[in-house]
Design a protein around this ligand. Structure first.
Ligand code: MRU
Length: 345
């Protein structure tokens, strides 16, 4: 079986977009293939594809599908079709900055391109492939920079899924772990279950077991206990969006950061610079609220009394001051630099 670190979660194949169907894991490993941007938007919403970088690439490829199948006679007509696709894709998930970043980048390329609509369309497809390649490249660099922070024997806690399945390949928070292990360091990963969608239990353990990386699964509520018992000495999580003030990431991240601070455990955030939204006067981010059924049901079976009121935010926000370092493709960036909006060259 091919290791997860060599697979691609999202890929352009023969004029279609192929994805690993993450709603079927860990029971079944299957690919699904999409032919238009509406299907891609639905796949993002329903979490067939998830994880901020993977969502960004999927959206870029969604616009590429719109370009590739267009019969537009003029550039203006093509741009307006791509704009319509962008409107639908932007509504798919509101928190992941990579989604907006990738859509803006691809629309800009289309606007700047010269020539016949067909030529502009191929330029759009090409750019979506470039974004995918850059994602893998960034993750490999995150792996190198992050591995330098890890020592032989470390026990690293991670949350949600931040591996190949959350990116095009290799992952963000799992990248330093992969690279350190390749360098011969012996690591133990502690993965949180990640209620309610169970990305940690279903996806992270699947990825790590498949790649023979030692992993122990804990329930979310056990984080404080394992830290206090010394069963963890570092924490690395991913991010859906980093602003100058906070990190928006899978709900539960803030509590992990607080527990890490209380137990003097360094808490790192691993993310490509495409996840950083450092617009100057920007402090509000829409935190996605998902269906109550994600909380009230497990495996299709209701586990709570009928009629109970539910609040189900998919993400939370962690102040940047709680972050020991941001592991990016450009190096490890301190919180005060992020506050100042500086990510390096
Ligand atoms: O709701 P999800 O599964 O898309 O949430 C994913 C996360 O919160 C990840 O930590 C984040 O996107 C970074 S993944 C490289």
């Amino acid at each position: 079986m091919q290791p997860m670190s060599e697979l691609r979660t999202v890929e352009w194949t023969n004029g279609r977009v192929r994805m690993i169907d993450q709603t079927k894991l860990p029971y079944k490993f299957v690919y699904v293939s999409y032919k238009n941007y509406r299907e891609i938007a639905r796949a993002i919403k329903e979490m067939v594809v998830r994880g901020a970088p993977a969502i960004g690439v999927a959206a870029a490829m969604g616009i590429a599908l719109a370009a590739d199948s267009s019969h537009a006679k003029t550039k203006q007509q093509l741009i307006s079709e791509l704009g319509a696709a962008a409107v639908v894709l932007r509504k798919s998930r509101p928190t992941a900055w990579n989604l907006f970043w990738a859509i803006d980048r691809i629309l800009q390329v289309a606007r700047n391109a010269a020539g016949e609509p067909k030529k502009i369309a191929s330029r759009v497809v090409e750019e979506s492939l470039k974004i995918a390649e850059e994602d893998i490249e960034a993750n490999k660099r995150i792996g190198e920079h992050g591995a330098a922070l890890l020592n032989d024997g470390d026990k690293v806690l991670t949350h949600c899924n931040t591996g190949t399945l959350a990116t095009v390949s290799y992952g963000t928070a799992l990248a330093p772990i992969r690279t350190a292990i390749k360098q011969g360091k012996r690591l133990q990963v502690i993965a949180t279950e990640t209620r309610p969608r169970l990305q940690g239990a279903k996806l992270t353990t699947y990825e790590l077991l498949r790649d023979r990386i030692p992993v122990t699964l804990i329930v979310d509520g056990a984080v404080g206990y394992v830290m206090n018992k010394g069963l963890v000495n570092k924490a690395i999580v991913g991010a859906d969006r980093v602003t100058k003030k906070f990190v928006a990431n899978k709900v539960g991240t803030y509590l992990i950061a607080l527990a890490a601070q209380a137990n003097e455990i360094p808490f790192y955030v691993a993310a490509p610079t495409s996840t950083f939204d450092l617009r100057s006067n920007h402090s509000e981010v829409q935190i996605e609220e998902r269906n109550a059924q994600e909380v009230t049901h497990i495996g299709g079976k209701r586990i709570v009394p009928k009629g109970v009121k539910v609040f189900n935010p998919a993400f939370d926000v962690t102040p940047v001051e709680l972050v020991e370092g941001f592991i990016t493709e450009k190096g490890v960036i301190r919180a005060d630099m992020v506050r100042a909006g500086v990510l390096g060259t």
